[in-house]
Design a protein around this ligand. Structure first.
Ligand code: SF4
Length: 213
């Protein structure tokens, strides 16, 4: 299956109750299908639901600025959410919704094959790490999984709601840039791709795999 075929198969998805709770459309994901870096958020909000794209509106604009500070742009990365349909009134996703929709995120990851997955906020981080761990404990650190590295970050919307988190988020994107600089290989000048960083991430080290004790 290709990414496009997966998107088409979810076009009118009715597999969980969010299909009948006021969503306008399924928000599948957007970006470079060959990206070495993926960003994963929680669920579409009002603007995302209207436009059919993740991270538009104020949180999306802040994310664009933060990406730029890390030397990245939207056309170099792929962005998706754990949940593809907007929960009513932007409530937290419920466990049955996460369980039903998560396999589609995992299929996206399998098809795009990123080296690095930056999870934005508690929900995405806990879903991909498969651990009930607070984002403040794990943010801006690299967690080596079998096929990719997870780099959790605060959700940009959190910094919009709590202004004191903005500096923390900016600092954490600096740490992301340092991580990328350590692991990036020069992109061939003749590359037709939109200069997506080529990452060379070392295989997992036992100490790095056991950060949760
Ligand atoms: S949230 Fe996911 S599983 Fe639920 S209807 Fe939307 S696409 Fe389908």
């Amino acid at each position: 299956m290709t990414l496009q075929e997966l998107a088409k198969s979810l076009h009118n998805c009715q597999r969980c109750k969010l299909a009948k709770l006021g969503r306008s459309q399924v928000v599948f994901g957007v970006g470079n299908p060959h990206a070495s870096i993926m960003f994963v958020g929680e669920a579409p909000g009002f603007h995302e639901d209207q436009k059919g794209e993740p991270f538009v509106g104020a949180a999306g604009k802040l994310l664009n600025d933060l990406l730029q500070s890390a030397g990245l742009s939207r056309d170099q990365i792929y962005i998706a959410n754990v949940i593809k349909c907007r929960p009513p009134n932007n409530r937290d996703p419920e466990p049955d919704e996460v369980e039903t929709c998560k396999p589609f995120l995992m299929q996206q990851i399998q098809l795009i094959r990123p080296k690095l997955v930056c999870t934005l906020g508690n929900w995405a981080t806990q879903t991909l790490l498969e651990r009930k761990v607070g984002i403040t404990k794990v943010k801006a650190q690299a967690f080596y999984m079998k096929d990719f590295v997870i780099f959790p970050l605060l959700h940009p919307a959190a910094a919009l709601h709590q202004g004191n988190l903005l500096d923390t988020l900016k600092e954490d994107f600096k740490k992301l840039k340092e991580f990328l600089d350590r692991h990036s290989q020069p992109t061939p000048a003749e590359s037709a791709e939109p200069a997506a960083p080529t990452l060379n991430i070392e295989p997992p080290q036992p100490a790095q795999m056991d950060l949760f004790g």
